[in-house]
Design a protein around this ligand. Structure first.
Ligand code: C5P
Length: 402
């Protein structure tokens, strides 16, 4: 399957900040994603990282000055600006931001921004005082007025030793911003509430009941929804996965905590996707001390957890929103079980997982799911990465949400 960035022409502008070395990784990742990357560096940037680094990583000539030996090619540079699909500027320094805000054209990078008419993503990186200075903030405001997208830098330890805002965002965040430029914004204006991962139900201070859910499918759904323009609230049981950039995370441990978090948020949601594998049961009582080994069998009473989705389905009988999507993890009778749950929980869509296959279900990076919608239409999706599966599931949800 082609990546979302395959064949996209990206002009990558690098300014003179110590964060320029991080741009090397970004260029490498973009090339790996099969984008065609052309790099333009300010004079200052070349003092931090050699143009040769970017030429090697991009496999293309790096543009550094307007008056280089082959200045006759200047018009080619302009063509480059006009023909690119996206202009990324990372790191963007206070100096370049100021130039762009005032329309200066005294180096190649600023000329190319003025000459081009594509989307511009500006990733500032600088000392926090420089970033917070009214002049820089006013300049960034101007850039937004011109239609450029400014991605706020992160808070943290800066190269100068200070702590504060000004650190270049990490590649994962940048990737989402870049990919979303090429993604339909068909979830814009929608609030999406997603649950993911397992729950942990403790019965003593050391032990618990859980399941093999990794959270990968729910996190992929959250990442893709964010990319497609939604406001995303992700309620997650314990998972080792990094939160998708830009989503509002609510971390929970138990089924009861998940119930409380979902019920507290569902009224603000247009769409609820319950991808979590909530424990059906929890121990009736939690021991204060660790249960000692006695050599004989012991009994553990299990009591049912609330079925969150069923509660939402019941509430929905009196309303049209939110659109409800459930998951069914099955090991046999998939379609029949799916249909039964769709009806029982009053859902708009159910996504049926096969948990027996090695390429599907818990922990796998790929998945092969079937969808049954509220009209009992069955659709079998092909085996794909969980992110691609998430794309197809959202396509279906967007259709049902019209
Ligand atoms: O009935 P079953 O547990 O198989 O249904 C699975 C669907 O119901 C999933 O979408 C899951 O997130 C949701 N569920 C729930 N509350 C539970 C158990 C499952 O919302 N206690």
């Amino acid at each position: 399957m082609k990546t979302l960035l395959a064949g996209k022409k990206i002009l990558f502008g690098i300014c003179g900040s110590i964060a320029a070395y991080k741009a090397a990784e970004w260029v490498r990742e973009l090339v790996k994603a099969e984008a065609e990357v052309s790099v333009v560096m300010t004079e200052a940037a070349t003092h931090f990282v050699s143009g040769l680094t970017f030429a090697s990583l991009s496999g293309r000539r790096v543009y550094t000055g307007m008056f280089e030996k082959d200045a006759g090619e200047e018009m080619t540079h302009i063509t480059l600006a006009r023909e690119c699909d996206l202009f990324v500027i990372a790191p963007a320094t206070a100096q370049t931001i100021a130039k762009l805000a005032h329309g200066f054209a005294d180096d190649l990078l600023s000329v190319l921004v003025l000459a081009g008419n594509t989307k511009v993503l500006v990733f500032p990186a600088m000392n926090s005082n420089m970033y917070c200075h009214k002049a820089t903030q006013a300049n960034l405001f101007k850039l937004q007025e011109y239609g450029y997208t400014v991605i706020e830098p992160e808070q943290g330890k800066l190269a100068c030793g200070d702590d504060g805002v000004g650190r270049l965002v990490d590649w994962k965040t940048a990737r989402e911003k870049i990919v979303s430029v090429f993604t339909r914004q068909d979830l814009q204006g929608q609030t999406v509430l997603i649950s993911a991962g397992p729950t942990w139900e403790s019965y003593d201070p050391a032990r618990l009941l859980s399941n093999r859910s990794s959270g990968k499918m729910g996190y992929a759904l959250a990442r893709v929804a964010k990319r497609r323009g939604a406001r995303v609230i992700l309620v997650s049981g314990p998972s080792a996965i990094d939160p998708p950039p830009g989503v509002e995370m609510i971390n929970v441990m138990t089924g009861i905590e998940m119930h409380d978090a979902i019920l507290a948020k569902y009224e603000s949601a247009d769409i609820v996707v319950m991808a979590a594998a909530v424990s059906d049961y929890r121990p009736g009582k939690k021991m204060k001390q660790k249960v000692k080994k006695s050599g004989t069998s012991i009994e553990l009473e299990l009591i049912p957890n609330p079925d969150i989705l069923k509660i939402l389905g019941y509430k929905k009988k009196k309303a049209i929103r939110p659109l409800l999507v459930g998951f069914a993890a099955e090991s046999k009778g998939h379609v029949e079980e799916g249909r039964r749950k769709l009806k029982e929980k009053n859902l708009d869509l159910i996504v049926i997982n096969d948990i027996i296959g090695t390429d599907t279900g818990f922990g796998a990076d790929t998945n092969e799911v079937s969808l049954i919608d509220r009209n009992y239409q069955l659709e079998k999706l092909p085996l794909r990465s969980k992110e691609e599966c998430a794309e197809m599931i959202w396509d279906k949800i967007v259709n049902l949400n019209r």
